[in-house]
Design a protein around this ligand. Structure first.
Ligand code: NAP
Length: 336
């Protein structure tokens, strides 16, 4: 019998066709995510689930999926999955680390440059037919990136890729993480450790690259925003809730900081009345970190490979919960 798979969105090729070669696929064919109740109903007879970060895969879904052997997420973040419950139930979890690192680092750097040099604001100015003088010495002055200080919060795969880009701009790179790098790694990457509060005080740009979890939720709060320099710029391509958005709006309006570049928000999508939409000092993107054709296609391939590996009784190439093998050995997930 062919395994039954539920896929919660049309992901780029070759993702779905790889799975369809050997499995019966039920696809949620719309851009809008399926309702939670729909996933609960669809999952009842499925052996595998391929989901996105906007699908909340909680205990109710895991309980309903009595045949479920693998959850493969089309993302590196996994805060939307109840990993502990899935592991307890012997469900393997695959994710897509590494593949989207460079694309996300490119986007973080685009936001940094975009806010510093007021790119989108200038574009709106020109399109709004407000460009009257050929060259104006003080028109839309930005702030210098070259030679400035960048503070990276969360120096993992993406944080390090941003640090490498910063070196091309002769930036001094400070970083913080719970376990500092070895001295040798610091020297190779050209980065200097600082405790979080000191990093915030010393940086001209602060870029966030931590996962979202209980420890990092509202890591950037009012008190920490107040530590930043008044001409500093905050970049968030990690997850929206890492920043207290209400405090950020206050910080921008009150000019405690100069600007922000945001790819992620506390609640996505943001509504038309969101206060950030009225501020010129921000560049806002609709969660595009990994949105290159190359990265998304590779993510789809890896997400499919993770799912198929488990159904073949093999270890998924990108495996989030190896301890699950103690609950259900791979020999008992094999259907292909
Ligand atoms: P990663 O390699 O796991 O790096 C995460 C880093 O955060 C590690 O250096 C970790 O070091 C640090 N960290 C964890 N908790 C921390 C804390 N409380 N304080 C300070 N640092 C902390 O992950 P990645 O691949 O770089 O991805 C990072 C995040 O980016 C993902 O989790 C995802 O949410 C987000 N992301 C967003 C997009 C997008 O579309 N915008 C795309 C890809 C990824 P320690 O463990 O030593 O603290």
């Amino acid at each position: 019998m062919r395994p039954k798979v539920y896929i919660t969105r049309r992901i780029p090729e070759p993702g779905i066709s790889l799975i369809e070669e050997s499995c019966d696929v039920t696809l949620h064919p719309y851009d809008e995510p399926p309702a939670h109740e729909e996933i609960v109903n669809r999952i009842r007879d499925k052996d595998a689930l391929l989901c996105l970060l906007s699908d909340r895969i909680d205990k109710e879904i895991i309980d309903a999926g009595t045949n479920l052997k693998v959850i493969s997420t089309f993302s590196v973040g996994f805060e939307h999955i109840d990993v502990a419950e899935a592991t307890r139930r012997g469900i393997y979890i695959g994710y897509t680390p590494g593949i989207l690192t460079e694309a996300t680092a490119d986007l973080a750097f685009s936001l940094l440059l975009g806010v510093a040099r007021r790119i989108t604001e200038a574009d709106r100015f020109l399109r709004g037919n407000r460009w009257r003088t050929a060259f104006s010495p003080s028109l839309l002055l930005g702030t210098s990136v070259w030679g400035s200080t960048l503070g990276i919060i969360g120096l993992g795969r993406i944080g390090k890729a941003v640090a490498r880009r910063a070196k091309g701009f002769s930036m001094k790179v400070l970083y913080t993480k719970r376990t500092p790098l070895s001295r040798e790694e610091e020297l190779n990457l050209g980065v200097v450790y600082r405790p979080l509060e000191v990093l915030l005080e010393q940086s001209d740009f602060v870029s966030l690259h931590t996962p979202l979890n209980d420890e990092t939720r509202h890591l950037i709060n009012e008190a920490r925003l107040r530590l930043m320099k008044p001409d500093a710029i905050l970049i968030n391509t990690a997850r929206g809730p890492v920043v207290d958005e209400t405090a950020l709006v206050r910080a921008l309006k009150g000019k405690w900081i100069a600007g922000a570049g945001l790819d992620v928000f506390e609640k996505e999508p943001i509504g038309p009345a969101h206060p950030l939409l009225h501020l010129d000092s921000v560049v806002l993107l609709p969660h595009l970190g990994s949105a290159t054709m190359q990265a998304r296609s590779k993510m789809a391939e890896v997400a499919a490979s993770n799912l198929l590996a488990v159904l073949r009784g093999k270890a998924p190439p990108c495996w989030l919960n190896p301890e699950v093998e103690n609950v259900r050995p791979l020999s008992r997930t094999r259907m292909l």
